[in-house]
Design a protein around this ligand. Sequence first.
Ligand SMILES: Cc1cc2nc3c(=O)[nH]c(=O)nc-3n(C[C@H](O)[C@H](O)[C@H](O)COP(=O)(O)OP(=O)(O)OC[C@H]3O[C@@H](n4cnc5c(N)ncnc54)[C@H](O)[C@@H]3O)c2cc1C
Length: 328
Amino acid sequence: MSGVLVVVETVSNGSALHRMSLEALAAGRKLAAGLGCPCDAAVLGASSAAAATVAGKGVTTWAVEHCQLENYTADAWCGALQQLIDEAKPQFVVFAHTYQARDYAAKLATRFGEVLIGDVTAIRVDVGAPVFTRQWMQGKLNAEYRHPAGICFVSVQAGSFPADDAVTGSGEVKTFTPKLESAAIRTIPGKPFREAAQTVDLSSAPLIVSVGRGIGGQENLKLVEELAAALGAELAASRPICDAGWLPMERQVGSSGQTVAPKLYLAVGISGAIQHLVGMKAAGTVIAINKDPDAPIFEVADVGVVGDLFEIVPALTKAILAHKGAAS
Ligand SMILES: Cc1cc2nc3c(=O)[nH]c(=O)nc-3n(C[C@H](O)[C@H](O)[C@H](O)COP(=O)(O)OP(=O)(O)OC[C@H]3O[C@@H](n4cnc5c(N)ncnc54)[C@H](O)[C@@H]3O)c2cc1C
């Protein structure tokens, strides 16, 4: 047993890679580099183009193919991965902590008599042995885990290992065909969770405008909605906005909400409490608008605008729309 195997998830009927899987790949590479071992990937039931895209990131990629893998089921995924692990013999199996991985990864681990170290936020190698960090009590405590022996199953939290889109290479694509009996598949696949109506997956949004209590009241939300629409961004919020019912809970960012890693996070009237910061600290660029120059959000902001959001936000929206109009 040696090496790291990253299980890559696809979206859009297997034709594209899940953004969080690229982060899992970054985590797998980091782990493999620390241990001096290879990092491979596996893609289940996807198009050959998806497997080639993963191999184009410089990793040997197992294209796991079977008619029972056309649609996701926990039984088929566990059966196929169990056989692949028996074949490839990795020491570590890494997943993105997606809704899908939450559904089957722990079950897969138990087939090997192991547990899943879930929602890992950091990995370091200490004297040749990896140490995995995960949060407890809604982010108030960090716990460190070591895995003594056997295959180690790990899922990584969104935004904790920034995907390095620039990494390219020419890894080999290997085809693996597991033996799967249709009688062993006990569920009929439904629609993927994130495609259900009204569901927002902020974790894969490239641009986010996020609003906090500084907005003053629900009637003022249209200001940030207009800014988000002008930018083509998703709208998110701090907890008080969702607690008040001004926006649905699924738009909350933070330790008890979603963890996001957009290219741009524009924080409007958000103070920057630690419970909010842990959910957005992996953003590429943070722009903060706040009237308090001492607001903690400015400690993580790349660009800070000190001023009244009721003046700045409409002016910014107007400028973006004017720029777009001039460009078209
Ligand atoms: C267990 C636990 C879990 C939590 N989980 C989360 C979580 O997941 N996500 C989360 O966000 N919070 C969470 N919280 C709450 C968190 O501690 C903060 O209370 C919350 O993030 C504050 O939200 P806010 O920044 O919108 O509001 P405030 O802290 O009230 O900040 C409002 C900001 O708006 C600014 N402002 C006011 N008027 C204007 C104006 N006109 N123009 C410009 N700026 C203005 C103010 O200067 C201020 O900085 C959690 C708390 C606990 C205890």
